[in-house]
Structure formats: structure tokens, C-alpha cells
Design a protein around this ligand. Sequence first.
Ligand SMILES: Cc1cc2nc3c(=O)[nH]c(=O)nc-3n(C[C@H](O)[C@H](O)[C@H](O)COP(=O)(O)O)c2cc1C
Length: 168
Amino acid sequence: MKKIGLIYSFNTTKTTQAARHILEAFDKDDIEAVNAEDITEEKFTGFSNLILGVPTWFDGELPNYWDEFLPAMEELDLKGKKIAVFGAGDQKGYPENFVDAIGIIAELTEEKGAEIVGFTSTKGYAFEQSRAQRGDKFCGLALDFENQSSKNKERIAKWCEQLKKEFI
Ligand SMILES: Cc1cc2nc3c(=O)[nH]c(=O)nc-3n(C[C@H](O)[C@H](O)[C@H](O)COP(=O)(O)O)c2cc1C
């Protein structure tokens, strides 16, 4: 497996907590954490395997630091890259936009040629609508610290085992 770039904002609380569990699940040499707030095109495209941490803010939108990288992302060629997305959301507070940001980033990177891996079942969640939903799956890992925090650790561990099989 080629080295994984784990990209998330180091200034978040919940996303950082999830990222720590992800780091623990892989061998130290197989994964490198990069602050999404300092990400460059060179750094991003330097990885063949990427895990992106993307919480949903502003009623179904990306946080500012991801938004700011979008113009650069539009110019990237991501053919041959495998990308897995995890994101924090609140299914009770925002049932019509639950973890939308996972879907937004997945759509964008797919348009640039990346393959999205790490799909998970929507079973066990209760929401009305999500841009991350494709059939009975999310196109990534949905984490809900507000309502289902006790499930996070197990969900993350299972997802990381899945990624070890799906990454190149
Ligand atoms: C103003 C505001 C807007 C939010 N909008 C959404 C939303 O549209 N969809 C969603 O699933 N969660 C939404 N959330 C919940 C956050 O995504 C959730 O609290 C998440 O855990 C934050 O992660 P972070 O601390 O890593 O940034 C919102 C939270 C706030 C405070």
C-alpha cells in the first residue's frame, strides 16, 4: 500500500479526534497527517491514497478552509488517486443536510478523475436527506459526535480495516 495522506484541519475538535483514531489504526510509516489549512496542490497530488476529513458547516456546506482550496482543486488531475472521505455531522440538528460535505468533496474529486473508496452503510442513522447518500450507502464515513458519539470509535476502526483492502 502506498503512503496515505490524511488531510484535515488541525484546528477542529471533533474531526481531529476522529483523525487521531484513524492514525492509530495504521502503521506510522503508512500515513502522514497534513493540515488542510496549509494544503498545497503539490502536497495533495503527492499522495496516491488520500483520506480527507470534512465536517459539514453552514447548513450543508464546506468549512472555509476547504472552500478556499476548491479553486486549486478544480485544476488538479486526480486520475489514479483513491480518495476516502470522513466527515462529522449532526443528524438530529441538520436532518436535511446530514454530512453533505462528504458528498460535495466526493463529487468534486470524482469529476477530477479520482476514485472514491470507503463507502459505508446508511443503516443505523436517522436523517431525511444527505448529499453523501448513494442508494443505501454514504460515499464515505459519517460520524455524529452530537448524537452517536459512542459509536464513533468502532465505526472508525471498521472503516480503516476496509480502507486497508481498498487502497492501492
Ligand atoms: C452553525 C452550524 C451549522 C452546521 N451545519 C451542519 C449541517 O448542515 N449538516 C450537518 O450534518 N452538521 C452540521 N453541523 C454540525 C457539525 O458538522 C458538527 O458539530 C461537527 O461535529 C463539527 O465538527 P468539527 O468540530 O470537526 O468542525 C453544523 C454545526 C453548526 C454549529
